[in-house]
Design a binder for this molecule. Structure first.
Ligand code: SF4
Length: 415
């Protein structure tokens, strides 16, 4: 399928690792990650969130393993989880060992706060024996103080050096099953650090803008960093860090990959015009009603809601199906071709019904089932609207009036 990603910079080839049954790097599809916000010791609550994250598009889920009760929880969560589980480890290497014992499919270690060489090597040796990969998760905010001093701050070079030092410890015990992240809350710093990491390592990279904050600003920051790198071919797995329900992170991750053509569309993609003075209907209200009606059905198609029939069907020609408003009617179109004209109040219902048939029967069948005369009726409405908008005689009178107003007020644009 032509997803459009072939127009981006070709993806950087990396080694491949496996987090459970999810391949990361080495040409595997870019995966989506998120992290639970429950206490990991709360097995049922955590599993409920993991299921919600998986349904929203997460391929891999991370849970904190910050105490013994969390490790015990992981032992029950891992066998019941629909996706591989990664244990997030800070400060205590014992928690990494306990998480491995619990059967997690991956670890994330923060080299900024797990600093003892012997302990790092012990964890890597244990992971090697069990065939479990580790993410070296460098974070600008918790960079090792020595590196901070040596590089004069959390620079891209300092972040990459932190990952390189950890990797060197791993390699001393023969462990190479690694992916790397060099996150920062500054988008510019994060982009520069990942570009350097991509030049330095051939390991898969886990992308993220850390502590991006609540949406919409958090979404903008995450997208600015992650999408920029993905478009350059950098990045093998991604995580949005939002101050929000983590389901929003999973949704955003999945939607970003679908928007870039890096993953096949799994659910609905609703596009809508931003509306303007030409709009013949309340586009925001119609788009909202269409989204609500279509979302639960989870149809893997692109649906367009356009405010006017003058430009709508043409501008949304690439959508699988859409509706445009004009003269108190809805003009239903499939791939830009009008198939039916319905009363304005039936717009959303007609759109939903046709979308379901489109998914069941395919484009060709639904185009063949188009109402005779729909194209002609729509064209007549379109021409009538254009004619109402521009009557040459009336326009001449109005231009004359505008000129007099401008002269009278002195607002001739000069100076
Ligand atoms: Fe304006 Fe029509 Fe374009 Fe919507 S489709 S932005 S209403 S011109």
């Amino acid at each position: 399928m032509d997803l459009g990603s072939e127009l981006l910079t070709p993806r950087r080839m990396t080694r491949q690792i496996h987090v459970g049954d999810v391949a990361v790097g080495g040409g595997a599809p870019v995966s989506v990650q998120s992290m639970t916000t429950t206490q990991t010791a709360d097995v049922e609550g955590t599993l409920a969130q993991i299921y919600a994250l998986a349904a929203a598009g997460a391929d891999i889920v991370r849970c904190t393993c910050n105490e013994e009760a969390a490790a015990e929880g992981l032992a029950q969560i891992v066998p019941r989880s629909p996706v591989p589980i990664i244990a997030d480890i800070h400060f205590h290497h014992e928690m990494a060992l306990a998480a491995l014992e619990a059967g997690v499919q991956g670890l994330r270690l923060n080299p900024g706060n797990l600093r003892k060489e012997a302990e790092i090597k012990q964890v890597a040796g244990e992971a090697l024996d069990r065939g479990v990969p580790i993410r070296i998760g460098v974070n600008a905010g918790s960079l090792h103080p020595d590196l901070y001093k040596r590089f004069g701050g959390a620079t891209p070079e300092a972040l990459v050096e932190s990952a390189r030092m950890e990797l060197a410890y791993f390699e001393e015990v023969g462990f190479t099953d690694v992916k790397i992240s060099v996150k920062a809350s500054s988008v510019a710093l994060m982009i520069a650090a990942y570009r350097l990491a991509a030049e330095t390592f051939d390991h898969p990279l886990h992308l993220g803008v850390t502590e991006a904050g609540p949406p919409p600003a958090g979404l903008v920051k995450g997208t600015a960093g992650i999408a920029t790198l993905l478009a350059e071919g950098i990045g093998d797995t991604i995580r949005y860090s939002l101050t929000a329900d983590p389901v929003e992170e999973a949704k955003a991750g999945r939607q970003l990959l679908e928007a870039l053509g890096l993953r096949e569309r799994k659910g609905l993609d609703l596009i809508a015009c931003p509306s303007c003075g030409r709009a013949q209907v309340d586009v925001i209200a119609v788009a909202k009603a269409a989204q609500e009606a279509l979302e639960d059905r989870n149809l893997p198609i692109q649906v367009a809601v356009m405010g006017c029939v003058v430009n709508g069907p043409g501008e949304a020609r690439s959508a699988d199906i859409g509706i445009a408003a004009g003269k108190k009617k809805g003009h239903l179109f499939i791939r830009g071709q009008i198939v039916r004209v319905v009363p304005e109040e039936d717009m959303v219902g007609a759109l939903v019904a046709e979308a379901e048939k489109l998914v069941a029967e395919g484009v060709e069948a639904r185009l063949a089932a188009a109402d005779a005369g729909a194209e002609a009726e729509a064209e007549a409405d379109r021409l009538a609207l254009l004619g109402e908008a521009v009557d040459p005689n009336a326009t001449q009178v109005r231009i004359e009036r505008i000129r007099r107003t401008v002269e009278a007020t002195g607002t001739d644009g000069g100076g």
